[in-house]
Design a protein around this ligand. Structure first.
Ligand SMILES: O=C([S-])c1cc(C(=O)S)c[n+]([C@@H]2O[C@H](COP(=O)(O)O)[C@@H](O)[C@H]2O)c1
Ligand code: NI
Length: 395
């Protein structure tokens, strides 16, 4: 089972995601062991069967003896970095880093030293490490999600009364390029931790990919909303039979332009990718009236994301029209891990046909070590495969 799809129609928080993954079969002991490996003390994580809005679900209850009213992001990072196994620590670190960067922006402070209040509680360690450990225990399935539903109203925080969606939640969703929808619910439905976990673990946002549904789970929220189940549905399943590949619905947007400069086209690619395009590229063509021109191609998740990118494409090129074609993207299963190469962390993405170290990480490590790029890449691959020796780079 290599796919998970979430449907945060009533939002998502750390404990809702934990509850949903427990409900899908992630062993509670594995989650507890990962949290314990951080060295955190004075905490408890239990899984309770509840019925919320008529739906039987698992409520992940976290309790700590934490009395701090605020904590530095650095302290949280240090704690989650100790988690075992390494990929769990890496994912938790990415979630805490995203929270710190959002808070740093919001409070105009250095993310490294920004103080977190409610989010700075040790339960954030349990949420971020626990969610990563649960996904690891489920075999590292590729996770996608429907756009999370954002309630309204306000929340009381140590900053005072904040709007819902909370500023941190909106900052995190924006940073992740995650589409969201509004929910007519006068409550906070998506918490900053929930938004951070979506940003780290969701490879894409959109409708459920083609998959055979094997397990259905529900993670319960703490609150009961009148007339709405406050649960997070999660589906664990297999990519269509015959291959491990997932067949993901996508849209291809294209337009031909013969009056747009290279500067604008170069700028346009960056704008499209920053706006969440799955990919974007430009091909030279000769079009009507034998004019040299360019075709701009954009791969988008269907629906609202594609609409938004279409609008951007027309706005930036001035083109009066574009073509939209439904596609099916065949995506092989992949997983990302982090390895250590002489004290430098390098992400490695692996698929069925090999593993590839992240070039930017390799380049940074090579520069710091004064070592050949290929040698560092080979060391990263060797570390990923657990071997202690690796081929010397061919001249
Ligand atoms: O702790 C901090 S700094 C904090 C900031 C913000 C901002 O939007 S800024 C909001 N909150 C609220 O605290 C609770 C807990 O969030 P979790 O992600 O830890 O579940 C939630 O209501 C946030 O909106 C805290
Ligand atoms: Ni704060």
């Amino acid at each position: 089972m290599n796919l998970i799809w979430l449907n945060p129609f009533s939002g998502i928080s750390g404990d809702m995601l934990l509850g949903a993954l427990l409900d899908l079969g992630a062993p509670l002991d594995d989650i507890r062991a990962a949290v314990a490996s951080t060295g955190l003390t004075g905490w408890e994580l239990t899984a309770e069967r509840v019925v919320n809005g008529g739906i039987a679900a698992t409520h992940a209850r976290t309790a700590t003896t934490d009395t701090a009213t605020h904590r530095s992001a650095a302290a949280l990072l240090e704690m989650v970095s100790r988690a075992e196994p390494a990929p769990v620590a890496a994912a938790a670190r990415r979630a805490v880093t995203a929270i710190a960067e959002a808070e740093g922006t919001l409070h105009d402070q250095d993310p490294a030293t920004v103080h977190l209040h409610e989010i700075g509680g040790w339960d954030t360690v349990i949420d971020t490490v626990g969610a990563a450990a649960a996904l690891h225990a489920l075999g590292g399935p590729r996770l996608s999600s429907a756009p999370p539903a954002l309630g309204t109203g306000s929340v009381r925080t140590r900053h005072g009364v904040m709007p819902s969606p909370a500023p941190a939640t909106m900052a995190l969703l924006a940073a992740a390029g995650a589409p969201a929808v509004g929910a007519d619910v006068p409550f906070e439905t998506v918490t900053p931790t929930g938004a951070a976990l979506l940003g780290v673990h969701a490879e894409r946002f959109g409708p459920m990919p083609a998959m055979t549904l094997r397990r259905i789970g529900y993670g319960a929220g703490t609150k009961e909303f009148p007339g709405r189940a406050n649960v997070l549905p999660a589906v664990l399943g297999d990519a269509p039979s015959g291959s491990d590949a997932a067949h993901l619905p996508q849209e291809l947007l294209e337009t031909n332009v013969d009056d747009v400069t290279g500067e604008v086209l170069g700028h346009l690619l960056g704008v499209l990718l920053a706006a969440g395009a799955a990919d974007a590229w430009i091909t030279p063509v000769v079009m009507k009236k034998n004019r040299p021109a360019h075709t701009v191609h954009v791969l988008a998740d269907p629906g609202a994301p594609a609409d938004r990118l279409a609008e951007l494409l027309l706005r930036e090129t001035g083109s009066l029209g574009l073509r939209r074609s439904p596609l099916t993207k065949l995506a092989l299963p992949r997983r990302t891990a982090e390895v250590d190469v002489r004290g430098h962390r390098i992400r490695v993405k692996a698929g069925p046909h090999g593993a590839k170290p992240e070039h930017d990480d390799v380049a940074a490590a090579a520069a710091a070590l004064g070592a050949p790029l290929r040698a560092v890449a080979d060391e990263a691959r060797a570390a990923f495969h657990g071997s202690t020796t690796f081929d010397a780079p061919s001249d």
